[in-house]
Design a binder for this molecule. Structure first.
Ligand code: AMP
Length: 528
């Protein structure tokens, strides 16, 4: 083994030259490795989907009634269908109107359905104020440029499919994203800036101004007016995430075991099996069972409590637990493509392109950026602990080793097992776990991702890894796979011997979220 290690050995510290993010917005400039930056408020919270930090209910729309000049409405309109799950909630179909009675509670609003006159709770993010821009089929709040690309490029969408989203850079502006096709480029997405006028109204080209966003969209659906294509059809909207399986389970999450039907085994975890199942024969769930005697129910519930408390698009949501009898169950959202590791090695992940890999990296970094802000360290970040859903959505799971830290670091009790190849040297040697040791693990995860699930440090035993890493050895850039040099430099940054010199997850998220942008043509503006 010695020879192999020596051949890759780096005598000097790995370089810490980070590729610049070529983005004009100072808000997007990441703070590299600065501990303080972890505590500064994030200007993008709740803005982008990959970057949405916490998805919290809003009592008021983010940009109410753009260009329509109405007071805050109390009538909401359904954006999706919803089937009631208890006697306390109300069913509705897309387009139904409801009057809000109480919008002060988390996640669930009390309404009266204006058709059925039924009163009850509804998931807040399934509706929007009537006649607001948010209620338009084409309006996508909280969607980044990269996500817009992903949504529009879905095969089923024809040329001219479009959406409008708040601009990531201009607080009063919007972006129009349109799917286009050209002989030389195939299908791609063009993004146009929608700029606000000083006295109300909007424009894309200065010679065509409109009173409101709907008026602007309407005009471009009739005539391309210089756009790449006439606006043909709004992009289909994916259903929003629900954090509770039902309104009854928003605070209490112990449920009777009889409500869970186990359907098929999905995998084997460290402490028990994982099954695909249904809640009340209806809602898809994943059920993690705890083998009796392998772990205390207390520790198992600790994981559940962490999952319930922390909410982010890129963290697997916990729905419920059954702890009254053995084996204990943890009921979580179901991720149809299983673990990232299996997906990359044996599943559809084998066909992923660089762009898809970067998208997955951005999502994981986004979930970790959220944990960084919440002062939660994961301690077991690895491809096996990331789950993949439809359209390559990635979510971090397995919070079994996660700990909330009061200080910057967490020191586990002696004898706690850790996955050596993913663990930072200071954590192995001195039990110094911190968000920076998670950054190290993220670097290893990146290598797993860009080598389609290769075991890190191939051919090396864990003891050799410990010894060699300590001496400055780092995994070399793989020759077997195409890994862009700048992403390899990012990995080396994550593996800096000095934890404080490793980048923040905030930086890593922005780096991967902007990755395509930097390598693509500049932001496009018609008529400019
Ligand atoms: P774990 O116990 O978390 O290591 O899970 C073991 C295996 O079960 C994973 O590798 C996945 O293949 C599968 N699995 C775990 N949780 C889920 C989930 N929420 N949805 C789908 N598959 C899952």
């Amino acid at each position: 083994m010695g020879n192999k290690c020596c051949s890759h050995r780096q005598d000097t510290e790995p370089p810490r030259v980070y590729p610049a993010i070529k983005n004009g917005d100072p808000l997007l400039k990441p703070s590299l490795g600065s501990i303080d930056s972890r505590y500064t408020p994030d200007p993008h919270r709740g803005r982008t989907a990959t970057g949405a930090d916490i998805i919290r209910p809003r009592a008021t729309p983010s940009r109410p009634n753009v260009g329509m000049g109405q007071p805050r409405p109390r009538i909401v309109v359904a954006l999706y269908n919803y089937n009631a799950r208890e006697h306390t909630d109300v069913s509705f179909v897309k387009g139904d109107r409801m009057e809000i009675i109480d919008d002060t509670e988390s996640d669930w609003w009390r309404v009266v359905h204006l058709g059925t006159r039924q009163e009850g709770l509804i998931p807040w993010n399934f509706v929007a104020p009537e006649k607001s821009v948010e209620s338009e089929d084409w309006f996508f709040d909280g969607v980044s440029r990269k996500e817009a690309d992903k949504l529009l490029l879905a095969e089923e969408n024809p040329r001219g499919t479009f959406l409008v989203r708040p601009s990531e850079h201009n607080p009063r502006g919007y972006s129009l994203s349109v799917k286009d096709w050209e002989e030389s480029r195939g299908y791609h997405v063009k993004h146009y800036k929608i700029k606000p006028l000083d006295h109300g109204g909007f424009y894309i080209a200065t010679n065509q101004t409109f009173m409101s966003l709907p008026a602007l969209v309407m005009a471009y659906t009739k005539n391309a007016l210089g756009l790449c294509h006439v606006l043909a059809k709004p992009c289909p909207k994916p259903k929003p995430q629900m954090w509770d399986i039902s309104p009854e389970l928003r605070d209490k999450y112990e449920i009777p075991r009889s409500e869970i039907q186990l359907i098929r085994k999905l995998g084997q975890g460290n402490f028990g099996e994982v099954h695909y199942g249904k809640w009340r024969n209806e809602i898809e769930v994943a059920v993690k069972t705890l083998k009796p005697g392998t772990m205390s129910t207390e520790a198992f519930l600790e994981e559940a409590a962490i999952m319930k408390k922390f909410r982010h698009m890129n963290l697997v949501a916990l729905y419920a637990v059954c702890t009254k009898e053995e084996p204990v169950y943890i009921v979580t959202e179901y991720m149809s493509k299983g673990s990232l590791l299996d997906f990359l090695r044996h599943g559809e992940g084998r066909d992923l392109k660089l762009d898809d890999l970067v998208y997955i990296a951005a999502q994981i970094a986004s979930g970790m950026k959220y944990l960084e802000l919440q002062l939660l360290i994961h301690r077991d970040l690895a491809a096996r602990n990331v789950l993949i859903g439809e359209k390559n959505v990635a979510k971090i799971c397995d919070f079994g080793l996660a700990r909330i830290i009061e200080d910057n670091e967490y020191c586990p009790k002696q004898g706690t097992r850790f996955p050596i190849k993913w663990t930072a040297p200071e954590a192995i040697q001195y039990c110094k776990f911190s968000i920076k040791s998670d950054v190290w693990s993220f670097g290893i995860l990146l290598m797993e991702l860009f080598t389609y699930g290769q075991v890190p440090y191939p051919g090396m035993h864990t003891q050799e890894v410990i010894k060699n890493v300590e001496r400055g050895y780092r995994m070399p850039k793989p020759v077997s796979h195409h890994l862009p040099e700048d992403i390899y430099i990012i990995m080396l940054g994550c593996w800096d011997a000095n934890p404080q010199k490793r980048p923040t997850f905030e930086f890593l998220f922005h780096y991967f979220d902007a990755y395509n942008v930097t390598s693509e043509l500049p932001y496009r503006e018609v008529f400019d």
